[in-house]
Design a protein around this ligand. Sequence first.
Ligand code: G3P
Ligand code: MG
Length: 244
Amino acid sequence: MTVIMAHRGSSGTRPENTLPAFSEAVRAEADGIELDVHLTKDGALVVMHDEEVNRTTDGKGAIREMTLAEIKQLNAGSWFSKEYAAAKVPTLKEVLNLLVQKNFRGFLNIEIKTDKCPYPGIEEKVSKLMMSQVWPFTHWYSSFNLKSLEIMHQLEPKTQLDYIMGAAESKVKRAIECSFIEGIHPKIDWVREVGEAVQTFPKAVRPWTINESETMLACFEQKLTGIITDFPEKAVRLKRSLKK
Ligand code: G3P
Ligand code: MG
């Protein structure tokens, strides 16, 4: 059965990578939640997609050049809707606390955002936090950067690791060759390009970003391991409707 992963939380219906987006993903009964992690100037792990705060907050600047206190001043919800003016940029710990409070039992896919900015030491910090206690959910790591996944493999040899990519064949080849990579998270275009060959792909395949019902249905039909979507409620409902 294809699992439904909420991309940046329920980012189609709530401001992405905020506590409201993660709460909504849990309420919608998504099987999994994906989020993106960066490191501030003072070494805090914060959850945001872009390297700069410009698009999803009322501030300006690069996360790596800002302190957590500066980032906490920002409004991370109003750009999406006035209703979410109270939303702040969460730390990874705050998201984990929320998921514990909600008794989330699915899987948390933590994307290490080191493809554009190196963030030395981010892997160790994330791993230290994740290994500091037992969680009610399962955590995985994913990244566009294979080096980050290699470091994660050294730190947590038993944790699932997935390689994110566009449609590049060279990355697909590397993922197949790399024994510690459990699966690939390609852009949906790659799944379309390979056609039926996806059925015999030797690793798990969870494409992004699947928002249209038609594409969701095609992925369910192909029995892909999972889909990554901005609309988890829609995907969960659609999947359940097929069982009736
Ligand atoms: O995990 C897949 C997806 O999150 C990768 O793209 O840019 O949304 O982090 P992006
Ligand atoms: Mg991501």
